[in-house]
Design a protein around this ligand. Structure first.
Ligand code: SF4
Length: 74
């Protein structure tokens, strides 16, 4: 979407069965955590490139208190 004139462009993306299954499995896993009210693996805390997400996360306090103090999580 071009913000200057609101024109959109359509891209064709070939269907990838493995990629689709991977995404669906990820949704299932995250949905399970929502239903069980458990914290998933804190992926955003694994790299400097993604840790900014934690500043905006509503689960931040709970995530930092309930996940292990492992060296792979910042
Ligand atoms: S604080 Fe939020 S965004 Fe960061 S790792 Fe935990 S759940 Fe993910």
């Amino acid at each position: 979407m071009d913000k200057r004139n609101l024109k959109s462009k359509i891209f064709t993306i070939p269907y990838d069965k493995d990629q689709a299954e991977s995404i669906i499995n990820r949704f299932r896993m995250l949905n399970g955590h929502l239903k069980d009210e458990t914290i998933p693996v804190p992926e955003a805390r694994s790299t400097r490139g993604t840790i900014w997400m934690c500043r905006l996360c509503e689960y931040r306090d709970r995530c930092y208190s309930e996940t292990s103090k492992d060296t792979k999580w910042m």
